[in-house]
Design a protein around this ligand. Structure first.
Ligand code: T5A
Ligand code: NA
Length: 213
C-alpha cells in the first residue's frame, strides 16, 4: 500500500521562545491522534560535530571563529545518517517535527555581523537539505524570553545579541510557508493553535514532492 508522505514541520525562534516545549507537545498530541510523528533537533549535540558545537556554546568566549562554527552547524545537519533517516520517516508517512534548522544557522551568524559572512554565503552551505512544508516561527520580545528558565547560561544568551537574532529571523520570513506565532501565549494555547494548523496540513499534503531548500 502506498501512502502520502509525512509533513516536514520546523520550529524556529530566539533562545527560550518555547520551541522544545512545542515540539514535544506536537509530537505527543499527533501520535495520540493516530498521526505517526517523530522529533529531530539541531544541533544534535551527541555527534562528533555536535560535541564541538556544545563546547563552543558552553564557553563564554574564544574558541572557533565565526566561519568555522557556522560550517559546523551546517555539517551537523548534513550528517548523512540524519538526513537519510529524516527522509525515510517522511516517505513512510510520518510527520517529522524539527527543533531548529538552517534558518537558525543563518540568523545567528548574520546577527554577529562578521565581515564576509553575508546572507547568501550563510544560506549556501545548507543547500541540498530538505525544504520544510511549514516553519512555525515562535515570536517573542527578547525581554520576555529572557525571563524564562536558565536564561543566560550559554554564549548567545545576551539580550542585545538575541534582539539582533530576532531581526535577522524576521528578515528570513517566507510568507509562502512560514507562520509567525505569538509565543507569549500559554503553552497550551500555542500548542492548540499549532496542532490545528498541522493536522490540516497532514490532511491536505497529498503527493507534494519533497524539495531541496
Ligand atoms: N544555533 C543553532 C546556531 O547558532 N546555529 C544553528 O545552525 C543552530 C541550529 C543552541 C544554540 O545554538 C544556536 C542557537 C542557540 O543559541 P538549542 O540547543 O536549540 O540551540 O538551544 P536550547 O538552549 O536547547 O533551547 P532554547 O534556548 O532555544 O529554548 P526553547 O527550546 O525555545 O525553549 P523551551 O521550550 O526549552 O522553553 C524554555 C523555558 O520557557 C518555558 C519552559 O518551561 C522553559 O522553562 N516556556 C514557557 N513559559 C511560559 N509560556 C510559554 N508559552 C512557554 N513555553 C516554554
Ligand atoms: Na530548545
Amino acid at each position: 500500500m502506498t501512502h502520502a508522505r509525512g509533513v516536514l514541520v520546523v520550529f524556529e525562534g530566539v533562545d527560550r521562545s518555547g520551541k522544545s516545549t512545542q515540539v514535544a507537545q506536537l509530537v505527543s498530541r499527533l501520535n495520540a491522534l493516530g498521526h505517526r510523528s517523530s522529533a529531530y533537533r539541531f544541533p544534535d549535540r551527541q555527534t562528533e560535530t555536535g560535541k564541538l558545537i556544545d563546547a563552543y556554546l558552553s564557553a563564554s568566549g574564544g574558541g572557533l571563529d565565526d566561519r568555522t562554527i557556522h560550517l559546523l552547524f551546517a555539517a551537523n545537519r548534513f550528517v548523512a545518517e540524519a538526513m537519510r533517516s529524516l527522509r525515510n520517516s517522511l516517505m513512510q508517512g510520518e510527520t517529522v517535527v524539527v527543533d531548529r534548522y538552517a534558518f537558525s544557522g543563518v540568523a545567528y551568524t548574520l546577527a554577529k555581523g562578521a565581515q564576509g559572512l553575508d546572507k547568501d554565503w550563510c544560506k549556501s552551505v545548507d543547500a541540498g537539505i530538505l525544504k520544510p512544508d511549514i516553519v512555525f516561527f515562535l515570536d517573542i520580545p527578547t525581554q520576555d524570553a529572557s525571563q524564562r528558565g536558565d536564561y543566560g547560561l550559554e554564549r548567545y544568551e545576551k539580550l542585545e545579541f538575541q534582539e539582533k537574532v530576532r531581526t535577522c529571523f524576521l528578515d528570513l520570513v517566507d510568507k509562502s510557508n512560514w507562520k509567525i506565532m505569538d509565543a507569549r501565549q500559554t503553552k497550551e494555547a500555542l500548542s492548540d493553535e499549532i496542532l490545528g494548523i498541522t493536522t490540516t496540513m497532514i490532511q491536505e499534503n497529498g503527493d507534494k514532492p519533497l524539495l531541496p531548500l
